[in-house]
Design a protein around this ligand. Structure first.
Ligand code: COA
Length: 322
């Protein structure tokens, strides 16, 4: 039986740091309020001439180096993003060209903050069915471009970044299971209400911004990600004690802590990196994973439960043995 095994990870954060004190000068807020409600101290903002594919490329090159392979070894590229460089071609195709790969499939996945989990599920299926042997799976976003920087209800939360992993076909797992969900009935609670086909003028005038019903999204995120832990453990006939690390979507420290508490995980088994990069949407989980691997916290042999939650709503998990 073929399994998909993670053999390398990488990440990249843009240089520019935007602190809560910087935000105090932009909107009516305070460092203390943001820390108390979100636990986010700072986030990164892409330079004017820096785009999602640039972040994806940096993260991908690191992941390839960590895996000890070159771009030519990759036969599938999946990029999760909501903030593509262009309407088309996909960011995955742009990334493929940057890396000097050609011929094998490359495409984007749009599931907002759950995008990386959806992309992992797809790459896992390709590998398990023999459709690919070495996949590059990326989550990258310049979310700052779809944020209204005069809206204190949203601008304090988000940031830019990229994360990537290499998955390779192997006889031992690997990805143990994936679980995906969506419910479009909640489309209005977290969205950018304009796009290419609808009200394109807003896109052209640079006012296609994220809107959010904060407290409802908060409650939903906690419930969905807590339920996902139970669903994932049950599907694998495991208990929480069989899992070494929980990586919930890095949206807000209060959401992460609530999910950890409800799922019965001690806080030292729950990964938190959102404090220093904010919510980077599809990049949040691979960023948190890569940072924890590089810090020597998450190690080979560990079992890791990763979760995403985003607009749609979309939500999902990946259980992985490193
Ligand atoms: N600074 C200061 N005050 C702020 C503020 C800010 N940045 N943003 C909102 N407020 C105010 C509100 O105007 C409100 O004032 P009022 O009581 O006078 O009307 C008050 O703070 C409370 O607002 P509320 O929205 O109830 O706060 P909250 O505790 O729900 O926190 C969020 C707001 C956005 C931090 C929180 O709801 C949240 O994190 N939600 C989830 C968001 C998320 O993670 N989205 C992405 C998921 S992928």
């Amino acid at each position: 039986m073929i399994h998909a095994r993670l053999t390398g990870s990488g990440s990249y954060l843009p240089e520019k740091v935007l602190t809560n004190h910087d935000l105090e000068a932009m909107v009516d807020t305070s460092h203390e309020w943001i820390m108390a409600r979100t636990g986010i101290a700072e986030r990164r903002i892409a330079a004017e001439n820096e785009f999602t594919c640039d972040l994806a490329e940096r993260a991908s090159r690191e992941a390839l180096t960590a895996a000890g392979i070159g771009p030519a070894d990759i036969d599938l590229v999946v990029v999760a993003t909501t903030t593509a460089d262009q309407v088309f071609p996909s960011t995955a195709c742009l990334l493929q060209e940057r890396l000097g790969i050609s011929g094998s499939p490359a495409f984007d996945v749009q599931a907002v903050c759950a995008g990386f989990i959806f992309a992992m599920d797809i790459a896992n299926r390709f590998i398990r069915t023999g459709g690919a042997r070495r996949a590059l799976v990326v989550g990258a976003e310049t979310f700052s471009r779809i944020i209204d920087w005069t809206d204190r209800g949203t601008c304090i939360l988000f940031g830019d970044g990229g994360g990537a992993v290499v998955l390779e076909a192997d006889e031992t797992p690997g990805i143990l299971s994936t679980h995906l969900h969506s419910d479009g009935r909640y489309k209005d609670l977290l969205c950018v209400p304009t796009g290419v086909s609808r009200n394109y003028e807003a896109v052209q005038s640079g006012s296609a911004f994220t809107t959010m019903a904060g407290s409802e999204v908060f409650r939903w995120a906690v419930t969905a990600m807590s339920d996902l832990v139970a669903e994932t453990l049950a599907a694998n006939d495991m208990t929480k004690d069989d899992v070494d690390w929980l990586i919930p979507h890095q949206a807000n420290v209060r959401i992460i802590n609530a999910v950890g508490r409800r799922a019965g995980f001690p806080s030292d088994k729950v990964i938190v990196t959102v404090d220093h990069h904010g919510n980077t949407s599809a990049a949040s989980v691979p960023l948190a994973l890569d940072e924890s691997i590089r810090a020597g916290k998450i190690r080979t042999g560990d079992t890791v439960l990763m979760e995403g939650f985003g607009g749609g709503f979309t939500w999902g998990s990946v259980l992985l043995k490193l």
